[in-house]
Design a protein around this ligand. Structure first.
Ligand SMILES: [Zn+2]
Length: 293
């Protein structure tokens, strides 16, 4: 099933699982810019991982995973909400795109996982250094340390799909038998990237766990939704400070902000800049390409 997150539970084993498949929603991310193959692959994996984690941590707000690398990849960022939407983007050094394809983008990199509650409370950020050449291990380490959740991840992506599978010991009073955990994760590890990306949910479960008793829950639709808004862009300009923003306005005639995730343009004329620094609220004028203040 396209753009779906599926939960399942191993009966009598206190282990839960999730499989996510992002299809057209992932291609919406790719429409924004032409990513080098290596960056696209990593961004797909980060995006799948983010949706899987957001679903395991009962979340009223957002969870983001951000990777900062040192070898051409400047940033890969994915954000998912507790209400089954996500967005993601990446930045890389344009001068050495050839090098990007033959390098370990994660070398000496760091991963930040940030949980931002919707209503009250401060964002919480955990930082881990990247282990090895994949992000799985680092995220598994983060989940163990910060959330005390023993977790395993399998991730794969191409230009059509970003997919992932997560297994996790349930936080229950009765400990998970290590035999169960070892058996089930060993079975799961036989999945290939090609299978993860091409098989649907039922086929994956059948291929890996046909001898286990599994309860399957109803799938949740996943969507690409960008949370950028007029208000957030106002806030970003306010945090830059009036002096800085006025100098951009003087130089360029208006202040033009493009959302990195969805490409929406926010254009501020001098009236719009007056508004955000006067504290008064004026209804913005909308046009078909974006919004003009
Ligand atoms: Zn946006």
């Amino acid at each position: 099933m396209e753009n779906t997150l599926q939960r399942f539970l191993f009966e009598h084993a206190n282990i839960r699982g999730e499989i996510v498949s992002l299809d057209s929603s992932w291609r919406q991310v790719l429409e924004r810019r032409k990513y080098p193959v290596s960056v696209r692959k990593l961004l797909g994996e980060v995006t799948a991982a983010t949706t899987l984690l957001a679903a395991t941590i009962k979340l009223d707000g957002t969870l983001s995973i951000q990777i900062k690398g040192h070898s051409g990849l400047q940033l890969a960022l994915a954000e998912a909400t507790g209400s089954n939407s996500f967005r993601s983007t990446a930045k890389w050094s344009q001068d050495n795109e050839m090098i990007l394809e033959n390098t370990n983008l994660l070398k000496d990199g760091a991963i930040a996982v940030t949980i931002t509650p919707k209503k009250s409370g401060q964002p919480y950020q955990g930082l881990v250094q990247v282990q090895g050449e994949s992000i799985q291990e680092s995220i598994e380490g983060y989940m163990q340390q910060s959330e005390q959740l023993t977790t395993r991840l399998w991730l794969a992506s191409n230009d059509q799909r970003a997919s992932g599978m997560l297994l996790q010991k349930l936080p229950t009073k009765e400990p998970v038998e290590s035999d169960d955990w070892n058996r089930i994760t060993t079975l799961a590890s036989t999945i290939t990237n090609q299978e993860l990306i091409s098989l649907d949910f039922e086929m994956i479960l059948n291929r890996l766990f046909h001898e286990e008793t599994i309860r399957v829950f109803e799938g949740s639709p996943m969507q690409f939704i960008c949370s950028c808004s007029e208000k957030r862009t106002d806030g970003m300009l306010q945090s830059l400070g009036e002096e800085e923003v006025r100098s951009i306005l003087n130089e360029q005639g208006n202040v033009n902000i493009t959302c990195e995730f969805c490409g929406k343009n926010y254009i501020y004329s001098s009236l719009g800049i007056d508004r955000i620094f006067s504290g008064k609220s004026i209804d913005p004028v909308q046009d078909s390409h974006g919004s003009v203040n």
